[in-house]
Design a binder for this molecule. Structure first.
Ligand SMILES: [Zn+2]
Length: 405
């Protein structure tokens, strides 16, 4: 017997406590309390080199295999929300900051794990639940998780996939484009070389270069995401702008390298330098934080975002983890066709650095994430819980009969 109100309790509790990235302490306490309540052995884990960032871990069992289930605690800010950011229910949906991204996913994990633990017989393997810190900003929680748990047999992150199984995700190449022209007076037509005007042309050319379609193994064709996020340049209206800088985000697909993508950006740079004598362009890796500052060289944030970088992820469908979730989702009547997450999530560290099979599966919808009226569909929420319950039970059973291809 399952009690939908009990399942929804986890969602309501998590959304009711603010956890804007960097101010997560109150929700850390709630995560600890909820994990204790469902029968996990819990601990707080401070993240190295990021003071105040805390992961919450809960564990059940001590035998192999170990399945790790994870979701980030933090959310983006409440700015301009048109619904109660701490939760309200309407027409079969639950509204609030983090409802989709991704307290809904974390809540679904907790509800499912409680059912699995209470079921008889209890699971044979080990369930490890990790609620991670600061995914929306520095990403120190996911980085710490990879450091602490490289030996797990599989990891599932409940980012919003609308109850689809995502075996792939894009990485991100952060670039800075600096354009230098020549100053002049605006009253004199043709004076100087306007760096702002040149920049607009270069950015447009880069949009064309990186608007390509890529074939992702097992998934199909996807169009690349590319974004000019910040632009700064010029001095005053009567002055022909001497310099302009733009910060860009190029999404990276499985199998691609940053080196190759940089070469493509550089080819565009060379084309413009040749066509406008006197114009100088430079393309370098760089990422700004949400306050508009570059991450300091040598900091953990610089390492994660620029030096190491956020890499693409691909898990082959033949692994027991993927097969288990496909079977569970199919059995519960969901859409079991494999897909890809368009964004990046923090299980990438564990997957690419330590080769742990990793997937994204969560009840939220990426289209509802980060919106002013963020919400989650209750039907999808309950579906995800049933799928998690079934998949966790199967994966942890030694005689599951599911072998890798
Ligand atoms: Zn997220």
């Amino acid at each position: 017997m399952t009690d939908p109100r009990r399942s929804e309790y986890f969602l309501r509790r998590l959304v009711s406590v603010p956890s804007v990235s960097g101010n997560e302490e109150a929700c850390v306490d709630v995560c600890l309390a909820l994990m204790n309540e469902i029968g996990l052995k819990t601990k707080r884990v401070e993240c190295d080199q990021d003071p105040g960032a805390v992961n919450v871990e809960g564990i059940f069992g001590n035998k192999p295999p170990v399945l790790c289930l994870t979701g980030h605690i933090d959310t983006i800010p409440f700015t301009d929300m048109t619904v109660n950011p701490l939760g309200e229910e309407r027409n079969g949906r639950f509204y609030g900051r983090g409802a989709s991204d991704m307290k809904g996913g974390l809540a679904a994990i907790l509800a499912a794990v409680e059912r699995v633990i209470k079921n008889a017989p209890p699971p044979r393997g080990t369930i490890l639940v990790v609620a991670t810190a600061r995914e929306e900003t520095i990403k120190s929680g996911g980085y710490q998780l990879a450091h602490d748990h490289r030996d797990v047999d599989g990891i599932v992150c409940a980012e919003p996939t609308d109850c689809r199984i995502a075996i792939a995700a894009t990485g991100s190449l952060p670039l800075r484009l600096d354009v230098h022209g020549k100053p002049g007076h605006s009253s004199h037509s043709g004076s100087g070389i306007n760096a702002i005007r040149a920049t607009l042309g270069v950015v447009d050319a880069l949009y064309q270069e990186f608007g390509d379609t890529v074939t992702v193994p097992y998934v199909g064709e996807r169009q690349r995401g590319f974004n000019a996020g910040v632009i700064r340049g010029g001095m005053a209206q009567p002055v022909v702008a001497e310099s302009c800088s733009v910060w860009l985000d190029v999404r990276v697909f499985p199998g691609e390298t940053n080196t190759r993508l940089l070469e493509r950006a550089d080819a565009v740079r060379q084309r413009f330098e040749r066509s406008i004598p006197g114009l100088r362009l430079k393309v370098t890796p760089d990422r700004l934080d949400y306050q508009g500052n570059s991450y300091p060289l040598g900091s953990l944030a610089y390492h994660i975002h620029v030096d190491r970088g956020m890499k693409p992820l691909l898990t082959t469908p033949g692994t027991p983890l993927v097969k288990t979730f496909v079977e569970a989702l199919r059995s519960e009547g969901g859409d079991a066709a494999l897909t890809m997450m368009s964004g990046w999530g923090d299980i990438e560290f564990l997957a690419t650095d330590h080769g742990v099979p990793a997937i994204y599966f969560g009840p939220g919808d990426i289209k509802a994430a980060h919106t002013r009226d963020e919400s989650i569909d209750f039907h999808k929420y309950h579906l995800a819980i049933s799928v998690f319950e079934r998949a966790i039970t199967t994966f942890l059973r030694a005689d599951s009969g599911i072998e890798p291809d």
